[in-house]
Design a protein around this ligand. Sequence first.
Ligand code: GLU
Length: 336
Amino acid sequence: MLDTNTDGVDQRVSTGELPSWQRIDERVTEAYERNVADEGGRVADYIPELAAVDPSQFGICVADVGGGLHSAGDADVEFTIQSVSKAFVYALVCAEFGHDEVGRLVGVNNTGLAFNSVMAIELNDGHPMNPMVNAGAIATTALMPGATLAEKWENVRTGLSEFAGRQLTMDGDVYRSESETNTRNEAIAKLLKSYGRVTGDSTGLVDIYTRQCSLRVTAQDLAIMGATLADGGVNPVTKQRVVSPIVCRDTLAVLATSGLYERSGEWMFEIGLPGKSGVSGGIVTVAPGKGALGAFSPRLDSAGNSVRGQKATAALSRSLGLNIFASDSEGDRHDV
Ligand code: GLU
C-alpha cells in the first residue's frame, strides 16, 4: 500500500450541490427518452437464466442525498444485482476491518483483465488485487462477519438491505441457474485457497457469493444504495447510518478505478464518477455529497456493461453537472 502518512490530518469534504428538483426530473426524463430506442448490445447468456430476460426493459432513477427520488421508465422492475453487490459487500467488509487491513488482504488495484480472470490471480502471486472482479470479490465475501457460512450470508443480505432501505430477497431461478454453471468461480475460489488467501469451504463460499449476486433490486434501489455512499453512509430515505464516511470514501475510490471492468478508464474519461456495473444490466453511479444514479437495461457491451445504462448515465453526468473533474473558469456552476 502507498504510504501517504496522513495520520492526524483533519479530514475535510469536497462536494457540491445538485440542480433544483424540477431540473433533475426533466434531465432524467430527457436521458431516458434520448436512449430508450437504442437496441445496441447483447443480453448476458453465460448464466442461462439471464438470457431469458426481456431486453427492452430500461429504467433510471436519481436519488438525491435529501431522499428525493427522480425516476423514468422501468425504475421499479426487479433484476438480480450481480456484480453491483461487490461495491456494497466491500463497504461492509471495510466497516468491519478498516482501511489498512482490507487494503492488505484484498488490494485496491485494477487488474486490467476480464472480471472472471484466473490469470490475474497468477500474475500477482495469488493476491486477488481488485475487490470489484470475481477473485477479489469472493475473497471479500469470505471476510464478511459470521461464524458460519449461513451467518455470513445473512449478514450480506441484511447489510445490502440496509443500503437499499428495504428487505432484499434472492431470485431462486437465477441462483440455481448460476450455481449449475459456476465452475469457473469455484476454480477461482480453489486457486485463492491454494494460495492461502481464503480458508475453509471454498465451494460454500462461492455459494454465498452466488446468492449475493442473485439478490433482487430495482434501479431505484441502486440509486438509494448509491446515495447512501454519497451521503457519508446514511441512507437518505430511511435516515439509518449503514457505514461511516471513511468507508464511503474508501469504497468510492475503488469503484472509481475498477467499477466498469476493463473499461473503467473509458468510463472515468466519459462520466467522471465512481460507478459499478453488473452483467444483468444494472449500474450504480455515485456523485459524492450529491446523490446517485441507478440504471437498468439488460443489453451489454463486450466488457459486460449496460449499453443504455452507460449512455443515460453519461447524459446525466453532464446535464446535472456531476463529473468530479469538470470545472469552469466562468463559474457557471452556480447557475442552477
Ligand atoms: N455472478 C456473476 C459472476 O460471478 C457476476 C458477474 C458480474 O456481474 O460481473 O459471474
